[in-house]
Ligand binder design. Structure first.
Ligand code: GDP
Ligand code: MG
Length: 333
């Protein structure tokens, strides 16, 4: 379905499947803070400028950068809009209001050509998904939410508590396991995480589990240790199942803004990250970070966290995201 068809339906609520409405509502709610700050500034921008001139574009770039879409992205969008203004011979900002949104989606899609947004789930046999990222970003929570989803889809899910470094981390995963109704393979606090993963692989095989979600530590004595440990965990997984892990998801906290970008760069250098989970979008006014990360790091955002509840994890949908961001700004054409 085309973007504008989707927008129109989001507007009118007509012809939308109940499921579509539900997902869009989650995005709308999760992006409330971003929309409020960003939307207000955009509305001001459109109210304050009577003509599209240089000042207008400068102000637009600033507003986009303020929403953390990233410098490069902001410039690219404003360049694309300048072209659009020429093409349409537009004079008033209102004439290009929707074009801004269109450009954002275009840009996202261009950067994302050939990109797989969906998780790489095996049709047969076991899928292993490794979660990495620094402390507190939302690894354990995201695993709990995802376990719940797969379990509801009727899959046999197993969790591995390989964050043995931090006291309480194992128990936290066990609590999520109980909530989701799935088993957790665990060892002792302070124990060898690779050994836990080994046990989990054995058990997944013998019980013919379909999905194994592996939690890992976000901090060790130092960065080198952390990276070595992740490598060791990967080797253990690969010894049992050469194609695995099928995903290595880097979890990033959207509220940390540019810091999340730095973390992503560091992990990307040392680990084969296959995709991102961007959490806590509901807790930030800088939801534009999704676009910055996407466009500047060339890593697909696969899942987004939109709240603390068990149902607050969604596959990343650029359309729903952008609609959630701009809802109050869209003009019916
Ligand atoms: P970990 O150290 O990476 O395993 O992080 P946790 O899973 O323990 O999460 C740290 C905190 O972030 C917890 O209080 C979670 O409830 C919270 N959290 C995780 N994801 C989200 C989200 O999408 N939205 C909000 N608001 N909070 C989240
Ligand atoms: Mg954790």
């Amino acid at each position: 379905m085309g973007f504008f068809d989707k927008i129109k339906r989001a507007f009118t609520g007509e012809q939308q499947e109940p499921e579509e409405v539900e997902v869009q509502e989650k995005y709308d709610k999760g992006l409330e803070k971003t929309r409020k700050t960003f939307g207000e500034r955009m509305n001001e921008l459109f109210a304050n400028f009577r003509t599209v001139d240089e000042d207008f574009f400068e102000e637009l770039e600033e507003t986009l950068i303020g929403a953390d879409v990233g410098f490069d992205t902001a410039i690219q969008i404003s360049e694309a809009l300048r072209q659009e203004v020429k093409l349409r011979n537009a004079k008033k900002p209102a004439e290009i209001q929707n074009a801004i949104i269109e450009k954002l989606v275009d840009l996202y899609e261009q950067e994302g050509i050939n990109e797989v947004n969906e998780l790489n789930l095996q049709e047969e046999g076991l899928t292993v998904i490794l979660f990495v990222g620094v402390n507190g970003v939302g690894k354990t929570t995201s695993i709990g939410k995802l376990a719940h989803q797969y379990k509801n889809e009727g899959k046999k899910v197993l969790l591995a508590a390989a964050d043995t470094f931090r006291a309480g981390a194992i128990d936290q995963l066990v609590v999520w396991g109980e909530r989701a109704g799935v088993e957790v393979v665990r060892g002792n606090a302070g124990g060898d995480p690779a050994a836990v993963v080994y046990d989990a692989m054995e058990r997944a095989k013998s019980e013919q589990a379909e999905v194994l979600l592996v939690d890992t530590a976000g901090r060790l004595q130092n960065k080198v240790n952390l990276m070595n440990e992740l490598e060791k965990i990967k080797r253990v997984i690969q010894r049992e199942l050469p194609d695995a892990p099928h995903e290595t998801l880097l979890v990033l906290d959207a509220t940390t803004g540019q810091n999340a970008m730095v973390q992503a760069k560091q992990f990307k250098e040392t680990t084969d990250v296959t995709g991102l989970v961007l959490t806590k979008l509901d807790g930030t006014a800088k939801g534009g970070i999704v676009l910055a990360i996407r466009n500047e790091l060339h890593l697909p955002v696969k899942l987004v966290g939109l709240g603390e509840g068990i149902d607050d994890l969604e596959p990343f949908e650029p359309n729903d995201f952008v609609i959630g961001l701009f809802k109050g700004l869209l003009k019916e054409e």
